[in-house]
Design a binder for this molecule. Sequence first.
Ligand code: CAA
Length: 241
Amino acid sequence: MARVAVVTGGTRGIGAAISVALKNKGYRVAANYGGNDAAARQFQSEHGIPVFKFDVGDYGACEKGVAQIVKEVGPVEVLVNNAGITRDGMLHRMSKESWDAVIRTNLDSVFNMTRLVVEGMRARNFGRIVSISSINGRKGQIGQANYSAAKAGLLGFTKAVAQEGAAKGITCNVIAPGYIGTEMVAAMPKEVLETKILPFIPVGRLGTTEDVARCVAFLAADEAGFITGACLDANGGQYMA
Ligand code: CAA
């Protein structure tokens, strides 16, 4: 029986590529999304992957959303914590709202979703948890105190949960993508991207969503059971930790 994979923020950008890559590997995929109904509808009709709308930053909404996925698709064996937002700004100008929004969507969400699937994974002695961090959680980034803090938080979370799950067949890993050609990166000031980012990517290009999706497929595989608590960088050589 094909394994069930849930991808948060799974209908657009990196998440959409992850959903499609896992489907192509034979998983039964459920793609979560937060707000963009039109994009989700188009994604569903294009790829035949069911979509589930709920706010991953809201624990109660996740409880209902995960219960619906379990009922309609099956018990969650692979969780990909991908949903994320940016609210960039220098710290001395950052609002409390921008801080809270990013921590809630990028870090609280990972607790919410993982907490709700991990008991089932323990009971079944199998689980794959993959969270999408960022190069900027590894090295910090001007204008991203909130985002860098949340993405760095995923690294600590992953190492703790990896130790807790190891004896139960559950792996927990993190991927730290660099600058990928998505709407999120397109929203950056063009001048910053061209003068402060692109010249420092040795591979000489932005990453593609598929560059990240293949990392997820690798870590989600049954055969990846000896890889846990790891951080896989996919950043074109921009940062080597
Ligand atoms: N590296 C070095 N210096 C930088 C810089 C950078 N990446 N970005 C800005 N600066 C410098 C500016 O040149 C400026 O210096 P001077 O005062 O000497 O001219 C100073 O920092 C302040 O910049 P601004 O006056 O432009 O301040 P601002 O408030 O208008 O904007 C900013 C600052 C919000 C940081 C803006 O430059 C910005 O949005 N930068 C992009 C931040 C970024 O990398 N976001 C990533 C989005 S994609 C993503 O998050 C996905 C992922 O995981 C990689």
